[in-house]
Design a protein around this ligand. Structure first.
Ligand SMILES: [Zn+2]
Length: 181
């Protein structure tokens, strides 16, 4: 059985970026739970950094990375201008193709752009989070959208289940599990 590590950015004590009463950590935890659920449906074991509202620290999440064929951690971007937007994935070059596929899925479901000139893929030294440890450990940081962009946040809230199913399909295809009838 394929195993995939799916973790939530930030933690129960570190909310990450905040927009009103919504925190990045809550969105990341929610998406982790839903994607893990969708993966189980496809016959893939998801190893997570907590159950329900638990969101373990980055240090714990990094330790899980070697246990999976693939490791993805969810985050949101944030910027002082509410117009900044789009999806991007930070990873080592070995994961460029899956990063592009994950970003395409997010872009299509939420109707938002992929950032940069490489389909959303970004090398590990870009961006604003303390994420290097996760990428150095061999994982992918998926910055789903900008929590500071009200249109993107609304699109996420309206489509999170469809988004999770698409992401699970991309992951399943990558680890060699056929999911499309
Ligand atoms: Zn973050």
């Amino acid at each position: 059985m394929s195993k995939v590590v799916i973790t939530a950015g930030h933690s129960n004590t570190d909310p990450g970026a905040v927009n009103g009463n919504v925190t990045e950590a809550e969105i990341a935890t929610d998406m982790r739970n839903i994607v893990a659920y969708c993966l189980k449906d496809l016959g893939i074991e998801a190893i997570t950094d907590g159950n329900g509202s638990e969101n373990d620290t980055l240090r714990s999440a990094i330790k899980l990375i070697p246990q999976g064929d693939l490791a993805i951690e969810f985050h949101c971007n944030a910027f002082h201008s509410p117009k900044a937007g789009g999806v991007e994935a930070l990873a080592q070059p070995k994961d460029k193709v899956i990063c592009r596929n994950l970003c395409t899925a997010v872009s299509e479901v939420l109707g938002i752009p992929t950032r940069g000139n490489d389909g959303g893929f970004k090398p590990e030294n870009s961006g604003q989070h303390s994420r290097l440890g996760y990428v150095r450990g061999g994982g992918i940081i998926l910055e789903l959208f900008f929590i500071s962009n009200p249109n993107e946040l609304a699109a996420y809230k309206a489509s999170k289940w469809a988004l999770a199913r698409e992401l699970a399909d991309v992951i399943a295809e990558h680890v060699g599990v056929s999911c499309k009838p």
